[in-house]
Design a protein. Structure first.
Length: 272
């Protein structure tokens, strides 16, 4: 509960997560039928970049700050949406990005356990249902969706030592209740042992059709640093490997300082 995203909004991890999130929603909306999105760790919704927290960390300058001049290429949709939502005055979190993308027939449901962030979320996202409960209990309670299709977004703070295990169990529960729903789960990469164990747990749970998109700014050897991050996707829409890979490559080109071991990949964790 000590994690506050205001210090990290717009950093490289947000750029990776949100650029892929925008692509996922666009791809899902190729079908005309309504969909629902559940954001289980919604945060505050919007993050002013002139706040004390953002100024103190300065992380956004090395993240989204390096991307804002882009006008075309794989990141253009994401960057254009950021501009439309108020960059560079503030960085829109996943609730604001999702809300901006949804069609009239689609629905968004938010959840945030931190009391202060939940209060800010309700104010920022007025009119959107916002729960304040454990993220995994919320996902279990609210799936399957009435629309029978949609996206569950998990974005844990990874403050707890057992977060990878909780995440794997939470995704398995959604899979058991709503096998056709798309799931997307962000995770940090400090070193690879916890990540590989997480992938093993996903396979052991019997979840099928799983891809992992990953980006490293440096070789993931130092467990004290955030060296990269990943997005695990269940039931990824068609062409995610190709077009998501292009997004990752474009991010690496702009965000990397060329440290040894930097790179990107999309790997299949479990077959269809």
């Amino acid at each position: 509960m000590n994690y506050r995203h205001a210090f990290h909004a717009g950093n490289f991890a947000d750029c990776m997560k949100h650029a892929l999130l925008v692509w996922l929603l666009r791809a899902m909306q190729q079908k005309p039928t309504p969909l629902r999105v559940l954001d289980t760790h919604a945060g505050r919704g919007v993050y002013p970049l002139d706040s004390e927290e953002a100024r103190r960390s300065g992380e956004w300058w090395e993240g989204v700050g390096r991307l804002m001049a882009l006008e075309d290429g794989p990141l253009a949709d994401y960057i254009g949406l950021l501009r439309a939502l108020g960059m560079p005055q503030h960085y829109p979190g996943s609730p604001a990005l999702i809300q901006a993308l949804l069609r009239a027939e689609d629905h968004l449901v938010l959840n945030e356990l931190h009391p202060e962030d939940h209060a800010a979320l309700r104010k920022t996202m007025r009119g959107t249902p916002a729960h304040m409960r454990d993220a995994y209990e919320c996902a279990r309670a609210l799936t399957p969706f009435p629309e029978r299709r949609g996206l569950v977004l998990f974005d844990p703070p990874f403050e707890a030592g057992d977060e990878f295990g909780r995440l794997a169990r939470g995704m398995a529960e959604v899979w058991g209740r709503a096998r056709g729903h798309v799931q997307a789960a962000w995770y940090p990469i400090k070193h690879m042992a916890p990540v590989l164990a997480f992938h093993d747990a996903i396979r052991a749970a019997g979840i099928r059709d799983v891809l992992a998109a990953e980006l490293w700014l440096r070789e993931p050897l130092d467990a004290s640093r955030l060296n990269g991050c990943g997005l695990l996707v269940v039931n990824a829409p068609w062409r995610f490997e190709a077009e998501g890979g292009a997004i990752l490559a474009a991010l690496l080109e702009r965000l990397s300082d060329g440290e040894a071991g930097c790179g990107v990949r999309i790997v299949r964790v479990a077959d269809e």
